[in-house]
Write a protein that binds this ligand. Sequence first.
Ligand code: GLU
Length: 516
Amino acid sequence: MGYLCGMSKKVRVRFAPSPTGGLHLGGVRTVLYNYLFAKKHGGDFIVRIEDTDQSRYVPGAEEYIFDCLRWCGLEPDESVQHGGAFGPYRQSERKSLYRAYAEKLITQGDAYYAFDTPAELEAMRKQYKTDQNPSPQYDHTLRLRMRNSLTLSAEEVNQLLSSGTPHVIRIQMPGSGTIAFTDMIRGDVSFDMSTVDDKVLLKADGMPTYHLAVVVDDHLMQISHAFRGEEWLPSAPVHLRLWEKLFGRDAMPQWAHLPLILGPNGKLSKRDGAKYGFPVFAMNWTDPKSGETIEGFRERGFLPEAFINLLAMLGWNDGTEKELFSLEELVQAFSMERVHSAGAKFDYEKAKWFNHEWLRRKPLEEIIIALRSQFGSLDSLGSLGSLKWERIVALVRERCHLLTDFVEETRYFFEYPKSVDMASIQPKWSSEKAAFFSALLVRYDSLADWNAAALEECFKTLATEQSIKPGELMLPLRIMLVGGKFGPGVFDIADILGKVETIRRIELLTVQLSNN
Ligand code: GLU
């Protein structure tokens, strides 16, 4: 709890996605850890849309992100959709407030105007490129050779500004020294500032870059803890410097950089899904330009409880062997200090195991609701009335890893099996067995109470009377009813199929086998 000691600030965390496409499972895990931390400490979970890079803006991506969060049950306390006292929550709508901070830095000598054209920047990269330095940066070694307010006279700068010459504002990083912070997961981290370039803070279109906007907004939105993917660690020295120069290091949130999620070959990419056959996004995402759809966990048939649970365990555990946690249990158990700093490997088989476990634990009526939302209506699977659906789900859920598995696992309840594994019955078929099933048909037809126990009792009594081991008759019966050697208890199946259909299926196969 060290990072909460002496802290008077209310816990306020944020997820700050850029609306550039589908939400990768790493992104949802970032949301989850933010959410758990906020709820555990009675804090607020904020979603801020970071859309300052208009060239990367993708229509529909913002709504999609909120839909994903809703599906996962991770509702923000404040956001574009939820409102709140710290809005607007979309950075493009906050555009006008960033310039003043960039100019404050200029006044302090911590930033400068730069007027270099794209061609001049390109020329710089060519001119200073060497074998040792293949991609020269705009930094303390080169800034004095460029066209900026450090190299031009005050009159020239004023003249360029007043004539509306396109320009950016760059941070002026020190040419030496280190800058450090304590990460909640990684401990002390320090950076050599001489290797960091003078990042653009305000672009020519007046929009801030991520670097300026993230610091200003974390400050204005009173963010107490900022958790983000470790890919942002290299930007930390710039952000630390901005905090130092704009608001003071004491005002800075506690940071944690979350480990990468690894696929079969290093960092899990959205392409890995198609390559290895597992979903990578929370929900299906269709790119509006290419029309390409990348599959989501939801559509693959995952329950949100399982998805959340498996994401929580990708990089965290509670210190025991316990793996199954509900969202409420995660809120209680979660601590940022127990998040591992090493990358977490995503294992699709394990992901399916989580879903299987949740299918086993979840109340039947809730599974039916989940099946309905997966398939639109259960009529597309078959209509048997909701009472029967509960019994069907109870019978087959042990055999399902995904909601989509219910299609195959329940098909024989609604239609005559498409293929019947005759080869498994034929070799051992005999006139005794044929006689048994003929007699069974008569007994079943006159059975008053059609239920699994009565069906079994009747079956076994007849087998004993005819001196055939029931074990030898069960497989044929199963294949007659479902088409193969699978499925739950065969008398339970017959019970649900009902008298007419059970008799029809036994009769059909008995005739067929006897004709062969
Ligand atoms: N907008 C950044 C992103 O898309 C957010 C990084 C952060 O949380 O600071 O990942």
